[in-house]
Design a protein around this ligand. Structure first.
Ligand SMILES: Nc1ncnc2c1ncn2[C@@H]1O[C@H](COP(=O)(O)OP(=O)(O)OP(=O)(O)O)[C@@H](O)[C@H]1O
Ligand SMILES: [Mg+2]
Length: 927
């Protein structure tokens, strides 16, 4: 396999890698795992804030100064030493092959223009070299490549994927990404890339007379995102490019193989390929690729990552051309910050070498080394901790210079407290220019107008240009915050590792507040991904990273900074029953049905490169034993394997075999005596069974149990839940989980507790109220609702496959309610885009009871209803900023009078209008 090296630009970690030493960290090295939040994280209540609290400033602090360690050092005017060293993207005006309009790429002009408009005027030399690999542009060969973070990997994959889609009118491509945030970003990007591009016309299109006019968008390339609870109704025929999470991609490919429509799939891109090693979800990526390799027709597989250590193994597995480059358009300068001194990362490598030879104390060695800069100790008691002091000083310096700083923290709580502290050292309101301040207040207004209301900490920090970003916020909140940071309205964003991979944001500095996630030290791969957020081409021209480390961690951190990336390996055998799932899927979708063909199938997995045939054979035997004993698979006299009805139902609903068996037992019981005089039993049925990392608050459980009606209590009894046990737990008892029965019982309690939250959501209780009631972050409640929507769709499929039509119909109805967060009467209204349950309720109560009623109404009748909504939920009114000198969003409370039937829309300033009112204003013809 040919392997080339692109333009040479090494980061410190790479140099360390080349040095060939590995140092152990306390976590499972390198895998970029989707870490659950720290279990001991204190829960914060999110009480409503009244509008007057906005703009309230906490007492200001003064960030420590950062000075050159040697006063003789003269730093250039800018603090950023790298400014002088920025090497502009090496381009050659003579190499016409760097232009995407070059005939060898054969790309449509419209595509080239779209990319140009998005800032891609020409490609990097390495991108050209990589695309020129044998058989890549024609789709005959697979590709695995590695380039540093921010190196521009996505563009290579995008071009190959678009070429495949444009070759044939019916061609489809799938792009697989690990996180929902990445899927959303990619969908937005690809939609702009394909805008205006037409697919090839159907071959018989000219011959057949058309009875009806062609829809103008009929030939467009449709880009659809598949993730969590979103777009669950989209199917294979709804897209040309599907952007999916691992789970969705696996399900989509399974059903396409099952119904024989897979032949139209031409390309699959596996981004962040190093995640194949991920403990929890990596094996799904392996299953996807293994299936693609087993298909009769050729699907071009493109895999990429910044952190691949054994690319040769991966390229052998995927039968792919491999390519490696170390080119990064914006070089990143890396630093270690320890005890208020800043050292270049290169020092740590030398230190480690010395330390390993002489074995003295690392801290002593470090102190003897001259730091680049020193940070003054702080006089404030809040900033006594040197790590915190450094984080605040570094963020302050970047923000005051007008650039963006991204601070990675180990937990949600630390994200919030860092954001608060940093906001206290940044310029006070009166020092800001009015335009910036107004934009920040608009952001506060937008957050306030969301149904969850404004988070009080964000209310404090945003006026100073600081916000936090973690899974405790809802997706809408995260979206607003990330785009405000992207556009420069916010200067500092603190985040958990959820923003570490793939995301393009303008971070001049990436600051790591300790190298930990929860209690564990991060792995080298995660470190590289986090640092890779600094200096992204198109977002910033300079990148710096600072790893601020505390005393106790110094040795681990220095080791981590120099550690090699771990070797990637298969995740198929790391968890229980994964091979079982692999086999059940293959048999259910009829990809293989004999012992030989199944063995052949597993020979195409990554696992087969690291174990012998005999080991795989052993796995197959034990998995079959399990599958047949659970009744998922049958074997006939000619040794042909088929999936049973239950086996097919489990695959169709994307359940793991173990969970499938549990659900089947529960559903069978439920079908015998379904409690239908209330909602609890149905809701319980589509509460996910897998671990959602939600701890049960037994006091809340007890309160809710005591408030249950007869029907609810009957459901509890029916499920075998004992009120006495709940009471005991509420008084501090503990739930035994040693035997299988005890574990199963605990799972039922857990599931019932989540079902109680779902009941509230379905009954129009807003997310933030549910979050407060159950003492959980609002983002977690939202994730629960989204996961349940996806799970419910799976349950409907499960019932349909099992022939339980009536049950499927009931679940379908509740699935709609959960989607809408509404009672039955509102279902129709809540389906209107942008209309959530509370707005729907206001419309309903004002006599607009159907979609038709709203569609036929004069917009002038609707505006007062929307205004009434704003009055009913005052928390969502944009704050009146007059007290802070900013202009008011809606001038004069009289205009909010619900009794006024005609509103002078031209006096309503659009920039501070909540989104829906803005739309309404447009409908009414305001500017
Ligand atoms: N040829 C190019 N010219 C200008 N900008 C480019 C070019 N190629 C990529 N970029 C821009 O560089 C930025 C980083 O690219 P990309 O997201 O592909 O990085 P990546 O290699 O996937 O990094 P990561 O490993 O962090 O995901 C993007 O904003 C992208 O638009
Ligand atoms: Mg990327």
């Amino acid at each position: 396999m040919e392997r080339r090296h692109g333009t040479f630009n090494r980061t410190t970690v790479e140099s360390a890698t080349a040095q060939g030493r590995t140092f152990h960290t306390t976590t499972i090295a390198g895998a970029k795992r989707s870490y659950p939040e720290a279990p001991d994280e204190p829960k914060r209540q999110a009480p409503f804030e009244n509008a007057s609290s906005i703009g309230k400033e906490l007492p200001k602090l003064c960030a420590s100064a950062i000075n050159a360690a040697d006063p003789g050092d003269v730093f250039p005017v800018s603090e950023y030493s790298q400014r002088k060293a920025i090497s502009a993207t090496p381009t050659s005006t003579f190499d016409r092959a760097l232009l995407l309009s070059h005939p060898r790429y054969a790309l449509p002009e419209c595509l080239v223009n779209n990319l140009k408009a998005l800032g891609i005027k020409e490609i990097y030399p390495w991108q050209k070299q990589c695309l020129m690999g044998p058989g890549l542009l024609t789709g005959k060969k697979n590709l695995v490549y590695s380039a540093p973070t921010g190196g521009g990997k996505s563009l290579v994959a995008d071009i190959l994927l678009l070429k495949r889609v444009l070759e044939d009118r019916n061609a489809k491509a799938i792009l697989v990404l690990p996180y929902v945030a990445l899927v959303q970003e990619k969908v937005r990007w690809l939609r702009s890339v394909v805008e205006g591009i037409k697919r090839r016309p159907a071959e018989d299109a000219t011959k057949k007379p058309q009875l009806w006019a062609k829809r103008p968008d009929e030939d467009n390339i449709r880009v659809v995102g598949f993730f969590g609870g979103g777009m669950i109704r989209s199917t294979w025929s709804d897209f040309e490019i599907g952007v999916c999470t691992f789970e969705k991609a696996n399900t989509l490919i399974n059903s396409a193989i099952d119904d024989c429509s897979i032949a139209s799939l031409r390309a699959v891109v596996l981004d962040e390929l190093h995640m194949v090693d991920d403990d929890r979800r990596g094996y799904l990526m392996e299953l996807i690729a293994t299936k693609l390799l087993s298909l009769e027709h050729n699907v071009q597989i493109v895999g990429m990552s910044a952190t691949l250590s054994n690319i040769e193994v991966l390229s052998r597995w995927l039968d792919a051309h491999s390519y490696v480059t170390f080119y990064r358009p914006v070089p990143v300068e890396e630093h270690l910050v320890y005890e208020n001194a800043i050292y270049p990362a290169a020092t740590t490598k030398a230190l480690l070498r010395t330390a390993s030879q002489l074995e003295p104390d690392l801290a002593t060695l470090l102190r003897e080394n001259a730091p680049l800069k020193v940070i003054d100790a702080s006089t404030h008691k809040e900033l006594q901790d040197p790590v915190l002091n450094a984080v605040v000083a570094l963020a302050n310096e970047t923000a005051r210079s007008g650039y963006g700083a991204l601070v990675f923290c180990g937990s949600r709580q630390s994200c919030e407290s860092d954001a608060r502290l940093i906001s206290r050292v940044l310029p006070a309101i009166h020092e800001l220019d009015p335009d910036t301040y107004e934009k920040r207040l608009d952001l506060v207004g937008d957050l306030r107008s969301l149904s969850t209301g404004l988070d009080p900490i964000l209310g404090e920090t945003i006026p100073a240009g600081v916000a936090f970003h973690h899974a405790g916020l809802t997706t809408e909140e995260r979206d607003l915050i990330a785009s405000a940071y992207d556009s420069g309205v916010l200067k500092v964003m603190t985040a958990t590792c959820s923003l570490a991979a793939g995301i393009n944001l303008p971070a001049r500095r990436v600051i790591l507040h300790n190298a930990r996630i929860g209690r564990d030290i991060i792995g080298p791969s995660m470190l590289r991904q986090m640092r890779g957020r600094a200096g992204r081409k198109g977002k910033d021209e300079i990148g710096e990273t600072f790893l601020c480390c505390r005393k106790a961690d110094l040795e681990d951190v220095v080791g981590l900074m120099c550690a090699e990336l771990p070797q990637l390996s298969s995740g198929l055998t790391t968890g229980r029953h994964r091979i079982q799932r692999a086999l059940l899927e293959t048999i259910a979708i009829r990809l293989a049905n004999s012992r030989d063909s199944i063995s052949e199938y597993l020979q195409k997995s990554l696992l087969s490169l690291s174990v012998t045939r005999d080991v795989i054979s052993g796995h197959i035997d034990s998995s079959f034993e399990g599958l047949t004993s659970m009744g998922f698979v049958e074997v006939d006299s000619s040794f042909s394997y088929t999936a049973t009805q239950l086996g097919k139902a489990i695959v169709a609903s994307s359940l793991e075999p173990e969970h499938g068996a549990f659900i089947h037992r529960e559903m069978q019981r439920a079908l015998r005596a379904f409690v239908l005089d209330g909602e609890m039993h149905v809701l319980y049925c589509f509460t996910p069974v897998h671990d959602l990392s939600v701890a049960v608050n037994w006091q809340v459980f007890r309160n809710e149990m005591e408030a249950l009606d007869d029907s609810g209590l009957r459901v509890m009894t029916f499920l075998g839940l004992k009120p006495t046990l709940v009471n005991r737990m509420a008084q501090g008892g503990s739930l035994k989980q040693t035997t299988t029965e005890e574990k199963e019982a605990s799972r039922i309690y857990h599931r019932f507790y989540l079902a109680l939250q779902l009941r509230d959501l379905c009954n129009e209780m807003p997310i933030h109220v549910v979050a407060r009631k159950y003492n959980m972050p609002r983002g977690t409640v939202q994730t629960l609702a989204q996961t349940c929507t996806g799970f419910a769709a799976g349950m409907v499929k499960f019932c349909e496959h099992m022939g339980w039509g009536a049950m499927a119909a009931i679940l379908n109805h509740f699935s709609d309610r959960l989607n809408a967060g509404a009672r039955s009467d509102l279902l129709a209204l809540a389906k209107i885009t942008f209309i959530k349950s509370r707005t729907a309720r206001v419309f309903y109560e004002n006599g607009f009871k159907s979609v038709a009623a709203i569609a036929n109404a004069d917009p002038r009748e609707l505006v007062p209803v929307l205004m009434q909504y704003r009055l009913t939920y005052p928390n969502s009114i944009a704050p009146n900023m007059s007290s802070t000198g900013a202009t008011s969003g809606i001038s004069g409370s009289a205009k909010l009078n619900t009794e006024s039937t005609v509103i002078d829309v031209n006096t309503v300033e659009s920039h501070s209008l909540p989104p829906r009112l803005g739309m309404m204003r447009k409908m009414l013809g305001g500017n």
